[in-house]
Design a protein. Structure first.
Length: 535
């Protein structure tokens, strides 16, 4: 059965050269290609654009034109060209990926009088029935035609702590790309709202380009640069085209003594196609594990670090074993064996949180403008220089669902206060009044102080123990004597320590009964939340 397949151009390809269809490697030349010709009078270009959202690694290879089922070609081991580009992209199922592609094609050139040279080494091998040696030396197809022009591919990865905002950015960018390509205009601007969202999230561009030269091939590092390159790429390629695709035909389209066994080759292709699909699934699983390691706060009850490391090692070993199996099959058609897809022991991807933001952001200007500071759960006092944008400067506050920001108009958490439970673009009468503040979980007690009761079950005389204003241990001491059990109300984020001459007890939650077997004791309260981080 004759085979005709289009492959990405690789170093060493030229008219008449042999190609191993299974690996894409260029082999020797036994075909005399004759003269390459094109359609008469066809001097124009064909330009195509495509903008799509990707949902799997398979969709990525399909858009790059290197998918097994589409091209029949296996770049499983190749690090060249688009195969190397595809392997460099860390595709995972948590980020959103947008691909924009421009292809510029000149007139297709082909050799219409190709033939195996009589008396050549290749002809002699086939004449003597040495098909295996022929395939090793010249592959199973030869280059008959060549497509010149150029290709530009941009892959935009979008990652946000909020899945809703992640989807909004991808939809807006797709509309921006689609609008440019539909209108054909030179406008490359991205509206200010999209720019604002991009600036606060992880939006990255990776590109692949063939065609053009010099500054025309400079890296396009952001979305607007990608839009600009797409708009000017056809004119750049018209001046500086390159070969980017080749048409390969099987040798049995020529007059040969005997071609390679196509039945065995078909079985070999089917096995290698299975290997590649399994490899894509393994790599996606491994990239998912890496995503959980980098963003554990995005998930509910993520696995422990040791479990994630074990999963990484297991999946890496599976990829290595699969690669060896595929290499064995590619080298010997009689050694193609199935490779079952297995998961690491205990494999269960943790559930993604609907709301993953775990910090309040304060701004010095209204409408979330100006200098800002990210404040995870904790206590922040301007008297201790913990409000980094300055005392009495806060004018707007972002409060994610599930958190409360309590603002005080005095330092050391004194004076009047207001509780914020949602984004507040303007503080009104509280503009520029905040000297200290607390961030805590909605539904929890504000971390103001610990209440220590001299009887169990929160009864009897109570002492209010304030934490050390610097956030460390040892402040708020309350020594005394005790002959019976006590109890304590401990807000989330505060720690109560009770020390006797013989032991030290630590409490992080409400405790209805605390047994103290000593005549004397000392108490201290401190905050264990993290230090504030600049915005």
């Amino acid at each position: 059965m004759a085979v005709s397949v289009t492959l990405p151009w690789m170093q060493g390809m030229n008219y008449g050269m042999g190609v191993d269809l299974l690996t894409g490697q260029v082999r020797g030349k036994t075909v005399d290609p004759g003269t390459a010709t094109g359609p008469s009078g066809a001097s124009g270009q064909t330009v195509t654009y495509d903008v799509s959202l990707l949902r799997s690694a398979k969709e990525l290879t399909s858009h790059l034109g290197i998918d097994v089922s589409v091209s029949g070609h296996y770049g499983l081991f190749s690090a060249a060209g688009k195969f190397g580009y595809a392997n460099s992209v860390k595709f995972n199922s948590q980020a959103t990926f947008l691909v924009a592609r421009c292809t510029v094609a000149n007139a297709f050139m082909q050799c219409e009088d190709a033939q195996v040279r009589a008396g050549s080494d290749g002809h002699n091998l086939l004449s003597s029935g040495k098909q295996k040696q022929f395939q090793e030396a010249y592959g199973d197809v030869f280059v008959r035609g060549m497509q010149t022009g150029g290709e530009y591919i941009a892959l935009i990865s979008i990652t946000s702590s909020s899945t809703e905002e992640q989807n909004q950015i991808s939809t807006s960018l797709r509309a921006s790309f689609g609008g440019l390509l539909a209108s054909g205009s030179g406008s490359v601007s991205v509206d200010s709202e999209v720019k604002q969202k991009i600036s606060h999230n992880d939006v990255r561009a990776t590109t692949f380009q063939v065609g053009g030269q010099g500054a025309e091939q400079a890296f396009t590092r952001d979305v607007e640069a990608v839009l600009n390159r797409l708009s000017v790429f056809p004119s750049q390629v018209q001046a500086n085209p390159v070969s980017y695709d080749v048409q390969c035909l099987s040798y049995n389209t020529l007059l040969l003594p005997q071609p390679p066994n196509e039945i065995d080759l078909e079985a070999q292709r089917e096995n290698l196609e299975d290997y590649e699909h399994i490899r894509q699934k393994l790599l996606t699983m491994r990239n998912d594990v890496e995503f959980v390691q980098e963003h554990p706060s995005y998930f509910r009850d993520p696995p422990t670090s040791s479990t994630l490391n074990e999963w990484q090692e297991y999946l890496s070993n599976e990829v290595t074993q699969l690669t060896r199996r595929a290499s064995q099959c590619a080298n010997d058609v009689g050694r193609c064996e199935t490779f079952p897809l297995t998961q690491p022991p205990g494999w269960v991807m943790p559930e993604r949180k609907l709301e993953t933001q775990t910090a309040v952001v304060v701004y010095e200007n209204v409408d979330f403008q100006g200098n800002s500071q990210v404040l995870p759960k904790g206590r922040y006092d301007s008297a201790m220089e913990e409000i980094l944008i300055g005392s009495d400067t806060i004018s707007s506050v972002k409060v994610p669902v599930g958190l409360v920001a309590r603002l005080y108009d005095g330092p050391s958490f004194e004076g009047n206060y207001i509780d914020l439970t949602s984004d507040t673009p303007q503080l009104g009468p509280w503009d520029g009044r905040t000297s200290s503040l607390m961030v805590y979980r909605a539904g929890a007690k504000p971390p103001v102080c610990v209440s220590l009761f001299l009887k169990p079950n929160y009864l009897g005389e109570a002492m209010q123990l304030l934490p050390d204003s610097g956030g460390g241990g040892g402040g708020g001491g309350a020594p005394g004597s005790s002959v019976g059990p006590m109890s304590a109300l401990v807000p989330e984020g505060l720690v109560l320590e009770i020390e006797t001459p013989t032991e030290l007890k630590t409490f992080r939650t409400d405790t209805p009964q605390i047994d103290i077997n000593a005549d004397t004791y000392g108490c201290s309260v401190y905050s264990e939340w993290s230090e504030p981080t600049p915005g």
